[in-house]
Design a protein around this ligand. Structure first.
Ligand code: PRP
Ligand code: ZN
Ligand code: MG
Length: 226
């Protein structure tokens, strides 16, 4: 990505729950893209706008570092990365432009259905598998619980059966993944939806003009489908 480019760069999730709706929203706002599966970067054919398709976990950092101008990302990932970068003294500011009407999910603690559960204190001294260690530790600390993390980058839901952990802290949308793995949701620790974020430093006048045009279009698209 050329930082001095006059083209507005928007990072979106390459493949996952937000991908389709992110592209659909930008198209509904009038941007035309031809997407090639293999390519990371997609140029708009009718606006000076480029899409960068990356892992969702990378989007907040790219925006916070000003490598890209805008990002569409879940609040869950945004907040986890913010906490992680704050703890490691990396830039962690962003501008939140809009809450978007898709990507609703919650980050929850779940335990195997055969385990008794009488409250969060039952997790004291236990091991919890998660890809969200900062959000989880914040929640536990506030409640005086000290548990151990098993930090996984995926397949968190199989950790209890595999003997890697006593509980999980993972995203829940329909609940099908928990159900399929014999897990029961016990604590909702964070509620999330997609967000449009912007890098902290001001944009060039040309890029700002595109954003000024984009925001009312997003509002219009979202209003129309309410
Ligand atoms: C989340 C989570 C579960 C699934 C839950 O993964 O890790 O696997 O969604 O959804 P459900 O309640 O509808 O079954 P996600 O799709 O965000 O992908 P990731 O784990 O690769 O980030
Ligand atoms: Zn992810
Ligand atoms: Mg998953």
């Amino acid at each position: 990505v050329d930082k001095n480019s006059q083209r507005l760069t928007i990072a979106i999730q390459k493949s996952g729950r937000l991908s389709k709706e992110s592209i659909a929203l930008l198209q509904a706002c009038g941007f035309k893209f031809s997407l090639h599966e293999a390519r990371l970067l997609a140029h708009s054919s009718n606006q000076p706008v480029d899409l960068l398709r990356v892992r969702d976990d990378d989007i907040p950092g790219l925006v916070m570092d000003g490598v890209v101008d805008l990002g569409l990302v879940g609040e869950n990932v945004l907040e986890e990365v913010r906490l992680e970068r704050k703890a490691t003294q990396l830039a962690c500011d962003v501008q939140r432009l809009r809450a978007l009407d898709f990507g609703q999910c919650r980050l929850s603690i779940a335990v195997p259905k055969e385990e008794a559960y009488n409250g969060i204190q039952d997790l004291d001294g236990k091991r919890i598998a998660t890809t969200y260690p900062y959000l989880l530790q914040n929640y536990l600390q506030d409640r005086g619980v000290s548990a151990n993390n098993a930090i996984l980058t995926g397949s968190v839901e199989v950790a209890p059966r595999a003997g890697l952990a006593d509980a999980v802290c993972d995203l829940v949308s329909t609940g099908a993944t928990l159900e399929a793995n014999g897990l029961v949701e016990k604590e909702v620790i964070f509620r999330s939806q997609a967000q449009l974020i912007q890098r902290p430093e001001p944009l060039s006048a040309a890029k700002q003009a595109i954003v000024d045009q984009l925001l009312p279009r997003i509002d219009g698209v979202q209003m129309a489908r309410e």
